[in-house]
Design a protein around this ligand. Structure first.
Ligand SMILES: [Mg+2]
Length: 260
């Protein structure tokens, strides 16, 4: 028995371009009933948004196969402080996830200031967040990625926005997304598998591969995203395997015959 946690950007697609073999790989998992879950640190989108995005890459998967850092963050604050309030710098995926756990938006005295991925930052929001944190709100982020690749080049990520607030307030944020064990463990539970049965496929050493190493999952690094073979020695943890792309795995899964 095995199942997969599958990062998206740099694994399934690069910007708006699908990575060859990704659709075939997912199709082979579906045909054989192998458990899988898309695991993304991008908190911009709702699971339904992601489903629509996947369709453009030729992948048909239900929203139950998508777990984002926005969902993990909402679960985290719901667990820590049920029915609380938050001031949010982020987009629809995060707002919707918080709404689903009965979190209300509060601009005056929230329990949390929560920062997610997106293009909403302006000075007024940063100023308000600064004052709310100074007034006692806890600073949380959906993920610590400091930059993200786009079709037209890199852009500042959630971690960079959080760094601004950390510098201004002198406080340190709590990041819920990969590699945080909170999100990794919640993802495993959704697969309904044991630790040793989980294989994480990702392109980023500091999130995907580190998270897998800390949880005791197997991991496969693909070289279609943010990592190269040359930089692997810079990390104290290693992936279980390195492959050029998810296309290689598609060929292997398609050759697998018989019971899992
Ligand atoms: Mg990635």
């Amino acid at each position: 028995m095995h199942g997969y946690l599958i990062d998206m950007d740099g694994v399934i697609h690069r910007g708006s371009e699908p990575i060859p073999g990704a659709a075939e790989f997912i199709g082979s998992l579906q045909d054989r009933g192998v458990p899988y879950l898309f695991l993304t640190n991008n908190s911009t989108y709702t699971p339904l948004d992601v489903v629509v995005k996947l369709q453009k890459f030729g992948i048909e998967a239900g929203a139950e196969h998508v777990y984002t850092s926005a969902l993990a963050t909402a679960e985290f604050v719901h667990q820590q402080r049920p029915g609380g309030t938050a001031f949010v710098i982020g987009e629809g995926g995060l707002l919707s996830a918080l709404n689903n756990v009965n979190y209300a938006i509060n601009r005056d005295s929230p329990d949390y200031v929560i920062v997610g991925e997106g293009r909403v930052l302006n000075y007024e929001l940063a100023e308000r967040a600064h004052r709310l944190i100074a007034g006692g709100a806890q600073l949380i982020s959906t993920n610590s990625d400091t930059w993200c690749p786009t079709d037209s080049g890199p852009r500042p990520g959630c971690g960079a926005i959080v760094a601004l607030l950390e510098a201004a307030t002198g406080r340190t944020a709590y990041h819920v997304g990969k590699p945080n064990p909170f999100m990794m463990r919640a993802a495993r539970k959704r697969l309904e598998l044991r630790t040793s049965e989980v294989i994480m496929i990702g392109d980023t050493m500091n999130t995907d591969i580190r998270g897998a190493a800390e949880l005791g999952f197997q991991s496969i690094l693909v070289l279609t995203g943010s990592s190269t073979r040359e930089t692997l020695d810079e990390y104290p943890f290693s992936p279980t395997r390195v492959v050029e792309s998810i296309g290689e795995l598609a060929a292997e899964e398609l050759m697998t015959v018989g019971p899992r």
